[in-house]
Design a binder for this molecule. Structure first.
Ligand code: UDP
Length: 327
């Protein structure tokens, strides 16, 4: 009998790639999503698979799954700043009530649970790079507070279930991740810049563009999450790519890689936008023997191809030139 895994947020960007991973590894996958930011297009290819089942459900309501469960991956939540600014209360509810429901389910089923936390728990960090023992610098009442505090609550609740009820818990602090299946209108930097470059529109850099991020390709992220789930480490682990760059550099690189004639246009910096972000992944290297393998060049080339096709199949004309194949 295949082991059974429940994945929440399964129709989203990370969730759908996790579904693929667990199907490929021979698990029975129960995929759950309320489709508020995810799309069935991301998991359509799995429908009809004998080990795959989809449940349309919102985890802020009580979650019932019949039969045994071996693993739970809690990935339900809006994750793009644009999405959680649009759905602030729902973001708070999914990180708090949703997490509570999934931890209760893990306890009832004696399942191991991995919850998706975030680099946002570090807020606008005063330590650089960020390691797991840094407590963060978060504005609880700012626009990003709804996501940051929901995820900090998720971590606190998860550790409480571990300490009080002995639930087997894993906490992934996920840093910026990109790749195929992000939405065209997702609002995050990489999908936004790629679509703008492919459409021949100006790239919308916020602020001076000197703020930094470190971007991890989806296949590396999935591997890191899988290794963390299979490890015996119950406390938070950073998963991300430590290669740091400014948003200005990212925008220029995307214009080059797409062969686009787009220019950069500067817009006001959103409130509480972190000035820098770079994961210290020493812990992941040590306890998971994991580190990212895919270069930004290769990851972006795959992602450009995905968005080129996504835009074309929604009837758009691609304005960029031929992509460059060298970094
Ligand atoms: N950003 C930008 N233009 C955009 C979207 C994002 O300059 O169209 C900036 C944003 O202000 C932030 C960085 O890119 O400094 C990363 O933003 P994203 O929304 O991808 O994720 P975050 O790391 O802020 O959660």
């Amino acid at each position: 009998m295949a082991e059974r895994v429940l994945i929440t947020g399964a129709a989203g960007f990370l969730g759908s790639h996790l579904c693929d991973k667990f199907i490929a590894e021979g698990y029975e996958v129960i995929a759950l999503d309320n489709l508020s930011t995810g799309s069935l297009d991301n998991i359509q290819h799995l429908f009809g698979h004998p080990r795959f089942r989809f449940l349309h459900h919102d985890v802020t309501n009580f979650v019932h799954v019949s039969g045994p469960l071996d693993y739970i991956l809690h990935f339900a939540s809006p994750a793009s700043p644009a999405d959680y600014l649009r759905m602030p209360i729902h973001t708070l509810k999914v990180g708090s009530l949703g997490t509570l429901h999934l931890l209760g389910l893990a306890r009832a089923k004696s399942a191991r649970i991995l919850v998706a936390s975030t680099s946002e728990v570090y807020g606008d960090p005063k330590e650089h790079p960020q390691s797991e023992d840094y407590w963060g610098h978060v504005n609880p009442i700012g626009p990003r507070g709804v996501y940051d505090e929901a995820k900090r609550f998720l971590e606190a609740m998860t550790m409480a279930y571990h300490r009080v009820h002995g639930v087997q818990t894993r906490i992934a602090r996920i840093f910026n991740t990109y790749g195929p299946r992000m939405r065209i209108d997702d609002g995050r930097a990489i999908p936004t810049f790629l679509c703008q470059a492919l459409r021949g529109e100006d790239l919308t850099v916020y602020g001076s563009g000197q703020q930094t991020r470190s971007f991890c390709y989806i296949s590396d992220m999935v591997e890191g999450i899988y290794k963390l789930l299979m490890s015996d480490y119950p406390e938070p682990v950073n998963i991300g790519n430590p290669e740091e760059m400014t948003i200005q550099q990212l925008a220029e690189y995307i214009i080059r890689l797409t062969g686009s004639r787009s220019k950069i246009r500067y817009h006001p910096l959103p409130e509480d936008d972190p000035q820098c972000r770079q994961p210290d992944i020493s812990l992941a290297r040590q306890v998971l023997q994991w580190e990212p393998r895919v270069s930004l060049h290769d990851g972006l080339m795959h992602t450009i191809e995905y968005f080129r096709q996504a835009l074309q199949s929604s009837g758009e004309t691609i304005h960029s030139g031929q992509p460059f194949h060298t970094p």
